[in-house]
Write a protein that binds this ligand. Sequence first.
Ligand code: NAD
Length: 325
Amino acid sequence: MPERVLVTGVAGFIGSHVAERLLSRGDLVVGVDNFDPFYPREEKERNLTAALENPSFRLVEANCADLRALEDELAHDGFDVIVHLAAKAGVRPSLEDPVGYVEANVVGTQVMLELARRKGVERFVFGSSSSVYGNSPRVPFTEADVGCTPISPYAATKAAGEILCRTYHALYGLGIVALRFFTVYGPRQRPDLAIRKFATLMLRGDPLPVFGDGSSERDYTWIDDITSGVLAAVDRTARVPGECEVINLGGNRSVSLKRLIELLAAAVGSEARLDVQQVQPGDVVRTCADITKASELLGYYPSVSIEEGIPRFVEWMRQAMAEYR
Ligand SMILES: NC(=O)c1ccc[n+]([C@@H]2O[C@H](COP(=O)([O-])OP(=O)(O)OC[C@H]3O[C@@H](n4cnc5c(N)ncnc54)[C@H](O)[C@@H]3O)[C@@H](O)[C@H]2O)c1
């Protein structure tokens, strides 16, 4: 049976891929997005090109933090599951606009949970983040690590979102899977993220602003692996109703910034010129996912290594830049 899925943040990087995968397996998708101006609307509209051609997709332009607007817009829709990915994303900008982040990410999550309750939706998948681990010294990061210590307003909003999810599970038995994504990359990646920013600058021959000495590490995850993990979580909420789980989705390997720049330079075919700057407040030293739980509960295993993913990403960048021109 096709599922009726509400996907928030559908015009964004991850949301648009998730919607396409759900549609391609025959599900019915209503997508919500407010086209937050963090990056250009035209880019988000392009992200939705394929979904909008599918008759099983409907786009609702609305703010996730506005319960009344959503109730009006979705008055005649029923859903089996909500995949809540809408958020103001990005660590550094959250220091400039902490109140806006709380409104979109904390109030937005509260509203989506309440919408689920009012509409009788029993399953909820929440897009959380590796940033909730902060600078945890226990590596790799495991979900059982209770010492979550966010060091940015963005990370705090994601930790708060998880707590709200747990509250709705405790009160109303809402089935929850909260997925902690570890730096996601691939076609349509957000323009503010390092891989996309660096590739753009390299293709133009401009210097790269590098914060710190290049030893910081990230666990990078290819978009198709994340999408598979999200769909597996959607399916798990149906297979094991009424549970509440937090699950890491990572690439299973940490890569230093220095190594990332080498891989990008090789794929672009140019020398990287670095503009070294101080480490930024809010940036963590490393992320590193323990994906044991994801593999046990979701059958998740990342299939694209950074060595394969970076050239694929640069190929997409070249095509996208040519199209934008
Ligand atoms: N990309 C990553 O590496 C990464 C890592 C960890 C967690 N996440 C989380 O995954 C989710 C998707 O991230 P992304 O990289 O695709 O970001 P994105 O910015 O491309 O997508 C987020 C979408 O949400 C929309 N949105 C923002 N506020 C909204 C609101 N109040 N109402 C309705 N829509 C709103 C935006 O317009 C955007 O289209 C976010 O929750 C983010 O925090 C992403």
